[in-house]
Design a protein around this ligand. Structure first.
Ligand code: IVH
Length: 658
């Protein structure tokens, strides 16, 4: 019965019992077996962990060598691959391929004799591998007995991997206990499988997908890769649900781009896709080159990790004076872009990771996620590396740097006298989601501040085209365009205006909630901390920041000056009571939506009584994920928060209530 549950869970992906129920059954079986030892069969689920720690792994010589794959990165490489196959096979029409995810794990071969699990080995050098029978036996996804009519001998080949959620849970637990953490799920899977004590492997959340057959006898192999995968599945061996039969190069590339976009939402890591010519007769015709088949190719995603040299560590001063350590790297291509600056967030993070000038570090950039330093390669640390300490004075204005007890951030105390803070405030004010002044780039802001033309955002509205045309990189035409853009920005919304002010702790979602709640700026400026706390999603910390911001004369003056210059917004319509059918639910909107801006989506949700939050937590009811959604989507998947794509989201808005 437990084997049946394993089959439903791992092969059919359709479990009939909860994990708890499964564990209860396993305990019951153990009790039964200890009372009646004569009933214990070698393929009993209780016998997964057997054998004791060994000093080393035995060797296994593969009857059929375990091949590797040629790699391709660019679409053109796939076009060339397909062309070569056409030439060798001599056919005209499009070829049939099977496209599979390239799992980022460890290749294994599992030998079944007369349908019974008998031995498992790693790939090793392709000819000789390590005997990991005892460890693979502990993986619940690997059946001990094949289903249906099993061949006399079957060598099933596939990839052992660790699902991302299991990996993170395991690492979190290890970190809590002060034990070693693994860098990524691949290393964790490899490390777990190569444990000398199978009891340790058994405790690790390993899984497997099969994708090939080595030696086989006593059955006719299906005539193509697609049917082979179906056959493996029928035998009870898990096959990735993402495998697809595709036609021609177009089919291959469509698959690559589709799964690439969904990659982060998959429960396990993949580092590319594999295309395999479907027909076995054709495979045999084209054969192999050295260790790799000519009929298959791995189309990899851009590497997400690379090593780089730290040339320097500097402190950047932000809008609110926060000093952020930035590592300046020797440029490195990672995750599809060249990275040369990586933030270390704050001084604690810098010290925790112990990054020093001269170090070699591992840089990671997954998709559109900002690059980060994963770790320092200790072996490569030069003899005299320079440790970095928090500067006592602001590197930009020389004011004293203060660090409030209990806070991670250290701040320059210069306020608006600090050029960096002024520049950053202006940059934020003009940014796309704030007042959206097109053409007011960093270089221009820098000059405006340096020349004393602009001290506060209100000064932007006093500039004229002649002044702008004087600046470097500015012609008359672009000066006129910028003046027009500044003029256009006067017509805005209250939420954008509040966001643009750069109040600490007030991001877009909070600005929107404030605007919705108070309806107008005067009401908000009159409100005290207590009144501000009545706004959805605003707690005492944010309320204090907001109240303090509006209590400052300097800020009130800037606001008045902006209004005098003509910055205005329509009265905000408060949500109607009868439309509050999403009340009590919290949404996070991430990625790019095709039919509306993120702000419009948030407004629509708030209008229906929903809360809109900036980050995903267990309390989030739904995450709305547009294209190129990144870490927030990943977080939602990790926490099991339901994710709505744009279609589902639009339906929800239309239907009125989930
Ligand atoms: S087929 C004859 N299919 O990639 C072809 N390999 O770079 C042999 N891998 O050693 C491999 N997912 O560890 C194949 N769907 C997949 C795969 C896959 C991951 C790994 C495997 C192999 C390596 C080659």
């Amino acid at each position: 019965m437990l084997a049946q549950h394993d089959y439903r869970y791992y092969v059919l992906d359709d479990p009939q019992v909860t994990d708890g129920e499964y564990d209860r059954l396993l305990i019951e079986l153990r009790q039964l077996e200890s009372a009646h030892p004569q009933l214990v069969t070698p393929d009993s689920p209780t016998q997964r962990v057997s054998g004791t720690p060994s000093a080393a792994f035995g060797e296994v010589v593969h009857q059929v060598p375990m091949l590797s794959l040629d790699n391709a990165f660019a679409d053109e490489d796939i076009v060339a691959f397909d062309r070569r196959l056409h030439e060798r096979i001599g056919t005209e029409g499009e070829l049939d391929y099977v496209a599979e995810p390239k799992l980022d794990g460890l290749a294994v071969t599992v030998i079944y004799r007369e349908g019974q699990f008998s031995q498992a080995a790693t790939r090793g050098d392709g000819v000789t591998g390590e005997d990991v029978t005892a460890n693979v036996r502990t993986i619940r996804a690997v059946p001990h007995t094949l289903r249906g009519k099993a061949p006399a001998l079957l060598e099933a080949r596939g990839e052992v991997f660790m699902p991302t959620a299991g990996f993170e849970r395991m690492n979190a637990r290890a970190a809590e206990r002060g034990e070693k953490v693994f860098v990524n799920p691949r290393n964790a899977a490899a490390g777990s499988l190569r444990q000398l004590d199978p009891r340790v492997s058994a405790a690790r959340p390993l899984n497997v997908f099969f994708y090939a057959v080595g030696a086989a006898s006593g059955a006719d192999l299906p005539p193509g890769q697609w049917q082979l995968l179906q056959w493996l599945r029928e035998l009870g061996l898990p096959v990735s649900p993402e495998v697809r039969a595709v036609r021609g190069v177009c089919g291959c590339l469509a698959y690559y781009h589709d799964i690439g976009a969904r990659r982060r939402a998959l429960p396990y890591q993949i580092d590319g896709v594999v295309y395999k010519l479907d027909a076995r007769a054709a495979q045999e015709r084209v054969g192999f080159v050295s260790r790799a088949p000519r009929w298959a190719i791995a189309h990899k995603f851009p590497a997400e990790e690379a090593s780089a040299l730290v040339n320097g560590i500097e402190f950047n001063v932000g809008r609110t004076g926060v000093l952020t350590p930035i590592a300046r790297l020797a440029p490195v291509f990672v995750g599809g872009v060249t990275v040369s600056n990586v933030t270390l967030h704050n001084i604690d993070e810098l010290h925790r990771k112990d990054v020093r000038i001269g170090d070699t570090v591992i840089v990671r950039r997954a998709g559109d996620v900002i690059p980060e330093i994963v770790s320092v390669v200790r072996d490569k640390r030069p003899q005299f590396s320079t440790e970095v300490v928090l500067p006592a004075r602001c590197p930009v204005c020389g004011s004293v740097v203060l660090r409030v007890e209990g806070e991670a951030a250290a701040r320059c105390t210069g306020g608006f006298t600090c050029r960096a803070q002024r520049q950053e405030s202006l940059r934020h004010f003009a940014s796309r989601r704030a007042l959206d002044i097109e053409g007011l780039g960093d270089k221009i802001i820098e000059q405006l501040v340096e020349q004393g033309l602009v001290k506060s955002p209100a000064d932007l509205y006093a500039l004229n085209a002649a002044q702008l045309a004087e600046l470097e990189r500015m012609g008359e035409k672009s000066a006129a365009n910028l003046i027009a853009a500044i003029e256009k920005s006067k017509q805005t919304t209250l939420a954008r205006f509040l966001y643009a002010l750069g109040i600490r702790e007030v991001g877009e979602a909070t600005a929107l909630n404030l605007a919705r709640h108070f309806g107008g700026l005067d009401a908000l400026m009159r409100a005290d901390e207590h009144a501000i706390q009545q706004v959805v999603d605003i707690g005492p910390v944010v309320a204090a920041q907001v109240a303090a911001f509006f209590a400052s004369d300097e800020h009130r003056n800037v606001i008045r000056a902006l209004q005098d210059k003509g910055v205005k917004w329509p009265d905000v319509e408060r949500p109607r009571a009868e439309a509050r059918d999403l009340a009590g639910r919290t949404f996070v909107v991430t990625g790019t939506l095709a039919s509306m801006s993120r702000e419009e989506a948030q407004e629509a949700l708030v209008a229906r009584g929903a809360k809109v939050a900036g980050s995903v937590s267990r309390k989030t009811s739904f995450v709305v994920a547009g294209s190129e959604a990144g870490s927030k989507l990943a977080k939602a998947v990790e926490l099991g928060v339901p994710v709505l794509d744009e279609q589902q989201f639009l339906k929800l808005l239309e239907a009125g209530g989930p």
